[in-house]
Design a protein around this ligand. Structure first.
Ligand SMILES: [Zn+2]
Length: 145
């Protein structure tokens, strides 16, 4: 019985942590969203023309040049799924094409640290309207709710 209680406690702890982790958005210096588990930190930012820029930062949040990272966005819109490959432009990665009409739609950011790395998939909604509280775009909103 004691063992079961411990397992349950661990499950609650693990679940609690991951739920918290999923909700908490780390604010990027440009006003975008820091992608989870990226090292160096990668900021996902939607430009006014709806193209995406990914900027990298060191531990002190100073911008650093992109290295071998590989980023692909799979955008889910009414028209279907669209794959957008990002390419290196100077120090950052930019999307060749703007995001399709994905207001409130899901994107999956496929992030590879380098050619050999296992890709990680980060799924979130790209809502570019401004949050009334933190004045950041909703996809990069840092409010608790
Ligand atoms: Zn907010």
């Amino acid at each position: 019985m004691k063992k079961l209680t411990q397992i349950l406690a661990l499950a609650v702890l693990t679940f609690g942590f991951s739920a918290l982790h999923a909700e908490k958005v780390v604010a990027g210096p440009k006003g975008g969203r820091i992608l989870e588990k990226t090292e160096p930190k990668a900021e996902f930012f939607v430009e006014k023309d709806k193209t995406v820029t990914v900027t990298f930062y060191d531990a002190a949040m100073k911008p650093i040049a992109a290295a071998d990272q590989n980023v692909t966005i799979v955008a889910d819109s009414k028209e279907g799924k669209e794959k957008i490959q990002l390419e290196k432009k100077g120090d950052v990665l930019v999307s060749k094409t703007p995001l399709p009409n994905v207001e409130n739609g899901n994107v999956v950011v496929q992030f590879k640290q380098n050619a050999e790395a296992k890709p990680q998939n980060l799924r979130f909604k790209v809502n570019t309207s401004t949050c009334g509280e933190c004045k950041r775009a909703e996809y990069a909103c840092t409010c608790d709710e």
